[in-house]
Design a protein around this ligand. Sequence first.
Ligand code: DGY
Length: 328
Amino acid sequence: MPQKKPQVVVTRKLPDAIETRMMELFDVSLNLSDEPMSKSQLVEAVKNAEVLVPTLTDRIDAGILAQAGDKLRLIANYGTGVDHIDLATARSRGITVTNTPDVLTEDTADMTMALILAASRRLSEGEKLLRSGDWTGWSPTGITGHRIYGKRLGIIGMGRIGTAVARRAKGFGLSVHYHNRHRVHPDTEAELEATFWESLDQMLARMDIISVNCPHTPGTYHLLSARRLKLVQSHVYIINTSRGEVIDENALTRMLKAGDLAGAGLDVFENEPAVNPKLLEMDNVVLLPHMGSATIEGRLDMGEKVLINIKTFVDGHKPPDRVLGEAF
Ligand code: DGY
C-alpha cells in the first residue's frame, strides 16, 4: 500500500524547482502569493501541518507553538538563522528544528566584502552623483574614500561565515582579527594569520573595520551596545550581514550622525523591514535589503537542504541539519 504523504506547509514562495519537488514528495500547501503569513494563518498552519517550512520573516514564538497540533513534528526552516523560532519551546514539545547551514556561507561572505568596499570607497555616493547628472568629471579631491589594504578588520563571530570573510579579507591585504566564544583551530588561525581577542572590548578599540558575523541569540542581543560602540575609534566602518539585533541600531545611528564613526554597511536591521529613517538620510552608510544570501544558486541549495531534512525525517532518520543549540 502506498505510504501517506506527510502534510507540509510552506509559509513563503520558494524557487519553482523546489516547490515542484515538494509537490512530488509531500502533501504540500504552498504560498504562491508570497504574502507573509499573519499570526492567525501561522496558528492555522501549525495546527494542521506535520512539517512547517518557515523563513526568517515568520515569528514562531511560544504563543504560536502552544497552539500547534500533536501532528507537528518538524520545523524545517528555509534559512540558517533560527532566532525567529522559540527553540526551547519547540524542544519541550518534542518538535525537531532544522536549518540550512553552509550553503549561504560564501554568498554572505561575498556580500560582507562588498559592503566593506562599498562603505569605505563610497560606492553608493559615487553612483548617486553619476546618476544625478551633476558629475563634472574626474577631480583630484572628488569622492575620496579610504584604502582597505593594510587595515585591521575585526570579525565578531568566527564561525563558517566569519572564517569565509577572513579568507577573502586576507586576499585584500587586510589584517584579520577576531573575537569568538572559542578560539578557532590553530591551523585555521595560522592560515588566516588571524589574531584572537578574548576581550571584545579590547578588539573594538583597536580596529579600522568591524564586521558582525555572529548569529543573533539571547547572548548576542545588542552585543554592540551603546557602551561598546563608544570604544570604537571615529575612523571605523561597521559592517553587519548577520542580524540587526546584534547592534543597538539607535546608538549606531546616533554615532554615525555625530561623526563618531566613519560609516557603516548594513544588510540587516533591528526591525526589518523597517529601517531607522535617520539612517536613510545619511550618505556615509550603505544600506541593503537583507540580500546577503540572495543568489539563485544559494536559494536553490537552501531549498535542497529543506527537502533533504524533511525527507530524512519522515523516513525515520535523523535529519542532517538539526539545530541543537546556540553557537557563537
Ligand atoms: C539566513 O538564512 O538566516 C539568512 O539571513 C538569509 O539571508
